[in-house]
Design a protein around this ligand. Structure first.
Ligand SMILES: Nc1ncnc2c1ncn2[C@@H]1O[C@H](COP(=O)(O)OP(=O)(O)OP(=O)(O)O)[C@@H](O)[C@H]1O
Length: 235
């Protein structure tokens, strides 16, 4: 059994101007200790795929299992979210709290504990030790991104969903993040969405999503990217 299993998943959003079919028959599974890099153009359904795993969006068709459970009802969704570290594109720190207070509050809300020494070690590795006592609005975009990642990693989640973890970061800090994520590779399963080809380093497989569809069948996804796109000879 995979940590995450999708079988023919369709997602439709209803809007005032009509409906959008964001996922159209997605099938894949994420095994223990595996990292999948999800690539694809803007609007292709990458974030939606993460939100389905979290139970924040319900499929109109198909089956989803996360840790063997279906994230359908509220209680199961909560249990699943408690076990997942989710890095959002927009961030979720509370402005009135410092970074450190956010980390404690976040873990408490999930009924999980924080090992202070471990958090300080991660903060050092992410180069954000100096901002722990600052408020989110006192940080640069890159510092905030790394602080958000620190919060998500701080209570030792069983699955990581990272939406664009290197966006807003310069080359040096992208490397800091990629090096840190490499240390989790193999021990914590991850799904990472990105346009950044350097994230291939932390992934075992690539899922290319285009218009809500996986471009290549599961198992044959290319393992390398060139200019953010799969290499031609792999495609
Ligand atoms: N809450 C929503 N209501 C209506 N439509 C939505 C909603 N969220 C996403 N969509 C639409 O669903 C499609 C997939 O969006 P999604 O955010 O999953 O794409 P993405 O691949 O993550 O994009 P990006 O790379 O820009 O973050 C897009 O057409 C988007 O406009």
């Amino acid at each position: 059994m995979g940590v995450v299993e999708f079988e023919d998943v369709f997602v439709k959003y209803e809007t005032y101007t009509g409906s959008v079919l964001a996922l159209r028959g997605i099938t894949f599974s994420l095994g223990e200790g595996e990292t999948i890099l999800v690539v694809g153009p803007s609007g292709s359904g990458k974030t939606t795929l993460l939100r389905v795993i979290l139970g924040l969006v319900q499929p109109m068709h198909g089956t989803v299992r996360v840790f063997g459970m279906e994230p359908r009802d509220g209680k199961t969704g909560l249990e699943i979210r408690r076990r997942i570290g989710y890095l959002t594109q927009e961030g979720k720190m509370i402005p009135e709290l410092t970074v450190w207070e956010n980390i404690i509050f976040y873990a408490k809300g999930r009924g999980r504990k924080v090992d202070e020494n471990r958090v300080r070690e991660l903060a050092r590795e992410l180069n954000v030790e100096a901002v722990l006592n600052k408020h989110p609005n006192q940080l640069s975009g890159g510092e905030l991104k790394r602080a958000e990642l620190l919060m998500v990693l701080s209570d030792e989640p069983e699955l990581l969903l990272l939406d664009e973890p290197t966006s807003m970061l310069d080359a040096e800090n992208s490397k800091v993040v990629i090096d840190l994520l490499s240390t989790f590779k193999g021990s914590v399963p991850m799904i990472v969405t990105s346009h950044d080809p350097r994230l291939v380093e932390v992934s075992n497989r690539i899922l290319e999503v285009t218009g809500g569809v996986v471009r290549k069948p599961e198992g044959t996804a290319p393992l390398s990217l060139k200019d953010g796109r799969p290499k031609e000879d792999d495609a």
